[in-house]
Design a protein around this ligand. Structure first.
Ligand code: NAI
Ligand code: MG
Length: 331
């Protein structure tokens, strides 16, 4: 019996997470799903986006399936719920695969993973104002750089053994300089892995021009946020992009997309990103056979093209896509 924290969150998080749960339930594996609430709706009620008691309930579970939360710009004292969870639970590795899918809007032969440092950088939350100036401190530590680099190299060893270290060390000589130095030091322990280096601007361009050359991209927090959305765009968009936030003894799985207020409540959000995130959770739990079958079922539905949500050019509702995936799983 797997104890799983289920946190739908705000907006389409509430639409897509129950769909991922339905797919998990259809496997027949035994889950103890524990539903919890964090996010902007919670903040409006109790003044914090992640209440203490939710945090302790999360800690009693093995993993978390998360939807998305709204982080409105300009609300003082509000901190993103998912950023808080990543930091508090020390989920230091944000893993975002981007793979080609059998749909027209997907570039062919892409199979890459962005490994994004998830606890510091420009997301450190150290910000202040001085008169007419505003500051966001970019903190990079040796410890966090080393563990994310090791994580990325270990992942590369299980894949095509190729890493691209992405920084802007020519400009941010101190912070990116340290990240780069530590990554190259870690690289020495992995002689089999081919190491490349790119500045983030060139990396962004190469992702568009020749995404097929990338295997594992190792980078800091904000660069990883941006490049992984770009990679998602190449292979079908945010409706298809899953992610894992992994720490030493806990992990949280969530679609890359946000709460999508423009389509929230309409029942047309693509559930595939959340379902593929649940698939990554099964890999984490060691249920690799089911993980593979779920991914295959998603691919079958994409290839058939009969049940697709509007973001992929189809006319189906969220639940119809899920039902097609469950049918493919049971076929
Ligand atoms: P978003 O990812 O919510 O939406 C961007 C665009 O993609 C929208 O047009 C949306 O309709 C579309 N889209 C996203 N997911 C989709 C899906 N599953 N199916 C079909 N279309 C989909 O990003 P946006 O609009 O920048 O942010 C909205 C809110 O979400 C903000 O408050 C933001 O802070 C928050 N956010 C939360 C994240 C999280 O909880 N991890 C991540 C990103 C944003
Ligand atoms: Mg993002």
């Amino acid at each position: 019996m797997y104890k799983i924290a289920v946190i739908p969150g705000d907006g389409i998080g509430k639409t897509v997470v129950p769909e991922a749960v339905r797919v998990l339930e259809s496997t027949g594996l035994k889950f103890d799903f524990r539903y919890m609430e964090v996010g902007y709706e919670v903040f409006k009620k109790v003044g914090t986006s992640v209440p203490e008691e939710v945090l302790s309930k999360i800690k009693e579970t093995q993993a978390c399936l998360f939807g998305a939360t709204t982080t409105p710009v300009g609300v003082a004292d509000y901190r993103s719920a998912v950023v808080t969870l990543r930091k508090t639970l020390d989920l230091f590795a944000n893993v975002r695969p981007a793979k080609s899918y059998p749909i027209r809007s997907s570039v062919k032969d892409v199979d890459l993973v962005t490994v994004r440092e998830n606890t510091e950088g420009l997301y450190s939350g150290i910000e202040f104002e001085l008169e007419d100036s505003a500051f966001t401190l970019r903190m990079i530590t040796r410890k966090a750089s080393e563990r994310i680099a090791k994580f990325a190299f270990n992942l590369a060893m299980k894949r095509r053994k190729k890493i691209t270290i992405v920084t802007k060390a020519n400009v941010m000589r101190k912070s990116c300089g340290l990240f780069r130095e530590v990554s190259l030091l870690v690289a020495k322990d992995y002689p089999e892995v081919e190491v490349n280096e790119l500045f983030v601007d060139v990396a962004a361009m190469n992702l568009v021009l020749k995404p097929q050359v990338f295997d594992v991209i190792l980078t800091s927090n904000l660069f990883g946020d941006i490049l992984s959305d770009e990679a998602a765009g190449l292979v079908g968009g945010l409706g298809l992009a899953p992610s894992a936030n992994i720490g030493d003894d806990y992990a949280l799985f969530e679609p890359v997309h946000g709460s999508a207020p423009d389509i929230a409540g309409k029942g047309i959000a693509n559930p595939m990103a959340a379902i593929l995130s649940a698939k990554m959770m099964l890999n984490y739990l060691g249920e690799n056979k089911w993980a593979e079958q779920i991914e295959n079922a998603v691919v079958i539905v994409l290839r058939e093209g009969k049940y697709l949500t509007p973001d992929l050019g189809g006319g189906s509702a969220t639940h119809e896509v899920t039902e097609a995936i469950i049918d493919a799983l049971e076929a």
